[in-house]
Structure formats: C-alpha cells, structure tokens
Design a protein around this ligand. Structure first.
Ligand code: TYC
Length: 100
C-alpha cells in the first residue's frame, strides 16, 4: 500500500461517484413582476435580455421552467441567491432544485 494509508480504508473510499447534476427550477406565481424575474435570470444565471424574457414567459405560461443545470453545490447556491433576492424585495418568487 502506498501513501501511508490502510488498504481497506483506501479501498472503501476509492469509489468516486459521478457528480450528479441538478436542474434549478423557477416557479410561477401571480404577484412577482415580470421585470423582476427577468432581472433575476440575468443576474444569477448570466442570461441576456432575450433569453431571460423567453424563460420568464415560459414559466409564466407553463407554471415552471428550467433556469440551468449545475452540480449540486452550485445549484443550491443559485437557489439561495434567488430566494434571498426575492425575499429582500418582498416578492413571493420561488425557486427550487430537482435532480437532472
Ligand atoms: N406571473 C407573474 C405575473 O403575471 C410573472 C412571473 C413569471 C412570476 C415567472 C414568476 O417565475 C415567475 N406578474
């Protein structure tokens, strides 16, 4: 055994899992202004005005839409950023995760 580690312990931890991807979903509501949703999509998901408007309208019409797909830690951070920003502006906008 190399690296000064115990063989069994090394073996038990030597099975790396593929980093699973998570969709960040935006949910529709009746109160959040369309312009606010577009601003959020531009700020936190690096969309341009055209992309952000398309995604916002999709969510408005269909109820839910995908903002992006990321490794878990990044997806969780995006959800927290969106939720913090919505709360700070007193909008009920909801954002969540779903395994891709
Ligand atoms: N339905 C909202 C309105 O009519 C707009 C909206 C779109 C809200 C997307 C949330 O995720 C959302 N003002």
């Amino acid at each position: 055994h190399g690296g000064g580690q115990v063989g069994l312990a090394t073996r038990a931890k030597a099975k790396p899992k593929k980093p699973s991807q998570f969709k960040v979903l935006m949910l529709n509501d009746d109160y959040t202004p369309m312009e606010f949703v577009v601003m959020v999509l531009k700020r936190f998901f690096n969309m341009d005005l055209e992309q952000a408007t398309q995604v916002m309208l999709h969510v408005h019409q269909r109820g839910v839409g995908v903002c992006g797909i990321f490794p878990y830690d990044i997806a969780e951070t995006k959800v927290n950023q969106v939720m913090d920003c919505a709360r700070a502006n007193h909008h009920p906008l909801q954002c969540t995760l779903e395994k891709a």
